[in-house]
Design a protein around this ligand. Structure first.
Ligand SMILES: Cc1cc2nc3c(=O)[nH]c(=O)nc-3n(C[C@H](O)[C@H](O)[C@H](O)COP(=O)(O)OP(=O)(O)OC[C@H]3O[C@@H](n4cnc5c(N)ncnc54)[C@H](O)[C@@H]3O)c2cc1C
Length: 619
């Protein structure tokens, strides 16, 4: 498609009033053409005034600031500006409909382009050319969506691992016509459904009910006497939910005609696998493409006395205890440790957290961490920061964790159980990466944003790759990207909209830049904050504990980060992720109506606070 086609489509879209809602794929298809055009325009040298040059420079600078000039939203504006510039066509109404930030960008691009042509557009001061009589609507261009690969059915794909990365990759590849085989050595659903995301959230849901009744019940007129935890039932409920979901994954694989092999795969050569099946038999296998999705396992730190002590457990152990422990020391103040700590604290276990760093939850914005830690302390949890563990000793209680505190003194904490939650490592030890010639860093497979490894036709996704967040949704999206690349689509993995959720009490969620990161990057930013206590729904739900915080670019008003702690934060954060994906400006968040009474209103109020015009709190 050439520029004229693009222009025709835009004009016809304009006629029907759809221009501002153009489907993003239209611009995906025209990306290269627009890029090409802009390059040509920039190359025009004569006559090029200083003013024109400055405008063009500014347009180019905008490219860096807006992440990528050709992303969905800016492509729309640039394309519109091109149409106006080429046809010297300026419709006041359409420009008036733009939000201030869109208008600024449009004016700068259009002015830059017109300047290149020797006609400097001075916005409103320039006599505007009236909109021409409607042109005959050009025939709509033929859809340019790439056809499904012709020989789709012929392509064979092996996926190693049936966790959220692997099963999603398998289903997506099958949807696109591949003949897919998934090899899983243990349980479908991987860590996430069996010993990770879902089981922890089951425990936390039981904990939420207890907390609601204990902390709020009397205040809101719900008096319940004799609230007690039936711990074996907590675990049984968790097991039942896991089973339902893993069975569902099996059903989805069948529905998509993915063949499943119960077995363990290892490379014997590049793109060649040996699969040891459940019955002990071995089979050599290969395929057109292989996706490695073997996930991660709990890391065990080399602390003397830890391995030998049966009361030292990891997250998997903490999810299958038979009895509720009276006390637990948690080594590590990361997400996994603190989520489990919150659940057990709510059940009545005395929790002591020891952490080597001077803060916990390093992935969260500092303001959120402060609120979260204050709440956990109120729950009775004890925190010992800058207190690295030296050893674990036997104790009649269960285990004794010996640490060195900030002052250099030896301190110790005894508990029935010690939960070791210091991180996870790639689960690639059995894969024989060397034979597969897969570049890796201590077992973490090195990939690019297409999920390609060092071997052509071998992809890796999820927790087993290097450099990305170890999260189920990360693995799932990577799975889609790998499958789509294999099947000829132009997909790439983009981390910028990846939210992190921490299901502590209250929930915390974060997407984009934290204030600390914006500062470190030297970005000129503005901050908006809105306390949950000023939001009616949050006040009802949890007494109004929490905060929304937005980081925005000062110059462009663009949302760069959103951070929420409070009720349903893990659901609310999707708005922040979408805002970043669409390069949303703060005024766009504000001009989007949020329903009342909901916690989402706190997000809009926070956006208002960025512009110091918050209605329901002080600015
Ligand atoms: C306690 C806990 C809580 C968590 N909570 C959350 C959360 O709330 N939200 C979130 O997003 N993430 C959470 N995570 C992380 C999340 O579980 C992982 O990021 C996610 O499961 C990674 O998916 P994956 O497909 O890459 O790997 P996995 O889920 O680990 O799956 C890998 C699969 O590959 C199989 N396998 C391994 N080697 C082989 C082999 N050689 N041959 C055949 N099969 C093999 C394994 O048996 C496994 O089934 C949590 C993790 C833990 C431990």
């Amino acid at each position: 498609m050439g520029f004229d086609d693009l222009r025709s489509i835009l004009l016809s879209e304009r006629e029907t009033g759809k221009l501002l809602q153009v489907p993003p794929d239209l611009f995906d298809r025209t990306h290269a053409e627009i890029a090409e055009l802009l390059k040509k325009v920039y190359a025009i040298e004569d006559p090029l005034s200083e003013e024109a040059r400055a405008l063009i420079e500014e347009t180019i600078a905008m490219k860096e600031t807006m992440h990528d000039l050709f992303s969905i939203r800016s492509r729309k504006i640039v394309a519109l500006a091109l149409v106006h510039a080429e046809g010297n066509y300026y419709d006041r109404e359409e420009v008036k409909r733009m939000l201030p930030s869109e208008k600024t960008m449009f004016e700068q691009v259009a002015a830059g382009l017109l300047a290149c042509q020797g006609t400097l557009l001075k916005n409103e001061k320039q006599p505007l050319v009236p909109a021409p009589a409607p042109v005959a609507a050009p025939a709509p261009a033929a859809p340019a969506t790439p056809a499904a690969p012709a020989a789709a059915g012929a392509k064979t794909v092996i996926v190693i691992g049936g966790g959220p990365g692997g099963y999603v990759a398998a289903i997506r590849a099958a949807q696109l016509g591949a003949k897919v085989t998934l090899i899983e050595k243990e349980h479908l659903g991987g860590t996430c459904l069996n010993v990770g995301c879902i089981p922890t959230k089951c425990l936390l849901h039981s904990a939420d009910l207890i907390n609601g009744i204990k902390n709020q019940g009397a205040d809101i007129g719900v008096k319940v006497t004799g609230v007690e935890v039936d711990f074996p039932q907590v675990i049984a409920h968790k097991d039942a939910i896991s089973k339902k979901l893993t069975t569902g994954v099996g059903g989805l694989l069948k529905m998509n005609k993915v063949a499943k092999i119960d077995g363990t795969a290892a490379f014997t050569a590049p793109k060649t696998l040996e699969v040891t099946k459940a019955d002990g038999s071995k089979e050599s296998m290969t395929a057109d493409d292989i996706i490695v999705a073997t996930g991660s396992v709990n890391a065990t730190p080399p602390i003397p006395g830890l391995k030998e002590n049966p009361n030292c457990i990891d997250s998997t152990g903490a999810l299958s205890l038979k009895e509720l422990p009276k006390s637990m020391v948690v080594i590590g103040g990361g997400v996994i440790g603190l989520e489990l700590a919150c659940a057990y604290a709510s059940f009545g276990t005395k929790i002591t957290v020891v952490e080597a760093l001077d803060h916990v939850l390093p992935m969260l914005d500092g303001d959120l961490t402060a609120i979260g830690v204050a709440h956990m302390k109120k729950m009775g949890m004890e925190f010992h920061l800058e207190c690295p563990v030296q050893s674990v000793e036997k104790s009649s209680v269960g285990a004794k964790v010996v640490c060195k505190n900030k002052a250099g003194e030896t301190v110790s904490f005894e508990a029935e159980k010690v939960l070791v939650a210091v991180g996870r490592k790639a689960n690639t030890a059995e894969l024989n990466l060397e034979a597969g010639k897969l570049d890796n860093d201590r077992g973490r497979i090195i990939v690019n944003n297409k999920m390609e490894t060092s071997v052509s036709g071998v992809y890796a996704i999820g927790d087993c790759v290097k450099g990305f967040a170890l999260l189920a949704h990360t693995a799932m999206v990577m799975g889609e990207v790998a499958a789509e690349r294999i099947m000829g689509k132009d997909s790439v993995y983009d981390e910028s909209t990846n939210p992190t959720c921490v299901y502590i009490e209250p929930e915390a969620a974060s997407v984009g830049l934290t204030e600390e990161q914006a500062k470190a990057k030297g970005i000129d930013y503005v901050v908006g904050k809105f306390p949950m206590v000023a939001n009616g729904r949050a006040l009802i739900l949890n007494g109004g504990e929490g905060l929304v915080k937005i980081i925005a670019s000062k110059k462009y008003n663009e949302v760069l980060g959103m951070h929420i702690i409070g009720p349903d934060a893990s659901d609310l954060i999707a708005e922040g992720a979408l805002a970043i994906r669409l390069e949303c400006t703060v005024d766009e968040l504000i001009s989007t109506i949020h329903s009342h009474p909901t916690v989402t209103e706190a997000v809009r109020e926070c956006a208002l606070n960025v512009e110091k015009r918050c209605i329901h709190s002080k600015n």
